[in-house]
Design a protein around this ligand. Structure first.
Ligand code: GDP
Ligand code: MG
Length: 439
């Protein structure tokens, strides 16, 4: 995939003490190919590469002490800029309800995303009305009603005989009457862009004057998604794009090209079929993810959802400074169940893809209590400095915890693996500033 290829280019750059202009050219050639293969629009690729080259050569990057790292920084910044730079938030009207009109081709995920948005808004204590304005697709209204029932959210419908424009208009009036914060109009799509669909959408737009017109596109369709976005934008004037099915086997090109080609920001990404599988789109995080620089922010956010904020910050600090003890290890094990699989979490850290031994760190929940017993049988000194745990201490710990010396050995090994891994993380994410020069 794109990410793997870019990561390998970046790794090569990182490994070099000196980066020559020839190295840079070669790296940019590989980046260019990787982007094209990922289905990024070729004009976008060209201007992207030109910008990176210009900045890398122009700013004396190559003569700096950490040229590899500097080039990576430039690539990261340009990727972020390509995807819109700043996060683009959902609009909130000063005069509620905020009106959101969902548009897009059939099967792109409009209805699903409407439900996801309700859920997203609910988390901010905002209430919405769903409006069933797709009168063409069989069972479309029913689909929305089921979603609404799941989400405890009202659905406005006038059946499939009424004009969608009337449905939309009366839906908005209803949301206003009920003092709701948002009204989300789920419209009909077709298999291909066609004039009839556009005309209907335009009539709805004129009648309703939405605050947001969100185009839902399927990321798996690559370049097509971008073309569809271009057409919808020129016909309707979009305010944002939702890229769905990023959980699938997509080449990532759409995420990189949509903004550059259409000037329309990606506001959300869909990462699954369930209503909670929607995330705001952060260009900088996406860029870092693509380059394998990890996504520490998302990691922290996830941790925060389960653990309290202080603990998450502390854990992050400890991972970085390597002042991680057996007490933290125990703490961490206990949080794992709340946070989701440890591997998922670690995969978001910088460079995790290259780290061996991740597999050994799977947490068997059944073992949790045994591990806990072993750690509780250690003295405070042993917890701080596991190196001092010699054979006789191991025996004592095993006896004290009702386990075997093998169990103790296994845990000590796991702990060591984890520390080793953290050391690799911190070297990578600090760019080896403390030790090696040249990243
Ligand atoms: P609509 O015709 O645009 O309203 O599309 P739907 O909302 O009915 O979605 C079409 C299909 O795509 C459904 O099977 C959804 O479950 C699925 N879908 C929508 N969004 C996502 C997503 O982000 N990831 C995955 N894997 N499937 C999605
Ligand atoms: Mg639908």
């Amino acid at each position: 995939g794109l990410s793997e290829r870019l990561q390998s280019v970046m790794r090569k750059l990182r490994g070099k003490g000196k980066v020559t202009e020839a190295d840079l050219k070669e790296a940019m050639r590989e980046v260019r190919l990787a982007l094209l293969e990922a289905d990024v629009n070729f004009k976008v690729v060209k201007s992207f590469i030109d910008r990176v080259k210009e900045r890398a050569i122009g700013q004396e990057v190559l003569k700096s002490l950490t040229p590899g790292q500097q080039v990576i920084k430039v690539v990261n910044e340009e990727l972020t800029a390509l995807m819109g730079g700043e996060q683009s938030k959902l609009v909130q009207s000063a005069n509620p309800p905020t009106k959101i009109m969902m548009v897009g081709l059939q099967g792109a995920g409009k209805t699903t995303t409407s439900g996801k948005l309700v859920r997203y808004l609910q988390k901010q204590n905002r209430r919405a009305l769903l409006v069933a304005a797709d009168v063409y697709r069989p069972a479309a209204i029913r689909q929305l009603e089921i979603l609404g029932a799941d989400l405890n959210t009202p659905v406005f419908s006038l059946g499939d005989k009424e004009d969608p424009v009337v449905i939309a208009q009366r839906g908005v009036a209803k949301a206003k009457e009920e003092n709701l914060d948002y009204v989300i109009i789920d419209t009909a799509g077709r298999l291909h862009v066609d004039q009839e669909m556009m005309d209907e959408l335009k009539r709805i737009r004129e009648q309703v004057e939405p605050d947001e017109i969100l185009l839902v596109v399927d990321a798996m369709t690559g370049q097509d998604a971008v073309n569809v976005a271009e057409t919808f934008h020129s016909e309707l004037g979009l305010t944002g794009v939702v890229l769905t099915k990023l959980d699938g086997d997509t080449r990532g090109g759409a995420a990189l090209s949509v903004k550059a080609v259409t000037q329309c920001p990606i506001k959300f990404v869909g990462l699954g079929e369930k209503t909670d599988a929607l995330e705001p789109f952060y260009p900088d995080r996406m860029a870092s993810r693509i380059l394998g620089m990890g996504d520490v922010l998302t990691l922290i956010e996830k941790a925060q959802a389960a653990v309290d904020a202080e603990k998450a910050k502390e854990l992050e600090r400890k991972m970085r400074t390597l002042s991680f003890t057996f007490d933290d290890f125990l703490d961490q094990l206990q949080q794992v169940r709340k946070m989701g699989p440890l591997e998922d979490m670690l995969a978001m850290l910088p460079g995790a893809g290259q780290i061996k031994g991740l597999k050994n760190l799977q947490v068997d929940e059944k073992q949790l209590s045994r591990v806990e017993a072993i750690i509780r049988s250690m003295t405070p000194q042993e917890k701080e400095n596991p190196e001092i745990i010699n054979a006789s201490r191991r025996k004592r710990i095993a006896n004290g915890s009702g386990t075997t010396v093998q169990d103790v050995n296994r845990l000590l090994k796991q702990f060591n693996d984890m520390k080793k891994m953290m050391k690799q993380f911190s070297q990578m994410s600090k760019g080896g500033k403390r030790k090696k020069r040249g990243f």
